[in-house]
Design a binder for this molecule. Structure first.
Ligand SMILES: [Ca+2]
Length: 107
């Protein structure tokens, strides 16, 4: 799967979004969600080869990178595990051991 997202452009009326090519690389897994807690989805990818989450924050267009997970077979389960701010936390389920791992949103 090739995911191509790079830059979030919001019109002055916030009525349209555009995601030009360039965000993510082959092998990345899309994990979109509101990781910065501003109420808008953030384009995000998980890179299994490094265990890195690459999140493009909708609130300011900057990139947030966190290393979390990374074992083959891990299932991504971002959610409101720890934070009460509205930002999604990172989560990984490891089927081989039945373990859940969560981390507060790094963004
Ligand atoms: Ca957001």
């Amino acid at each position: 799967m090739i995911l191509a997202l790079v830059l979030l452009l919001v019109t002055s009326t916030a009525s349209a979004l555009e995601y030009p090519a360039g965000w993510g690389q082959p092998g990345d897994v899309a994990v979109s969600g509101d990781f910065d807690g501003d109420g808008l989805q953030d384009p995000a990818v998980y890179r299994p080869s490094t265990g890195q989450w690459w999140i493009l924050r909708s609130k300011d267009g900057t990139t947030c990178v966190a290393t979390w997970g990374g074992q083959q077979g891990d299932v991504l389960v971002p959610g409101h595990w720890l934070s009460t701010t509205g930002a999604l936390d990172l989560g990984v389920y490891r089927p081989s051991t039945g373990q859940w791992f969560v981390r507060a949103s790094p963004c």
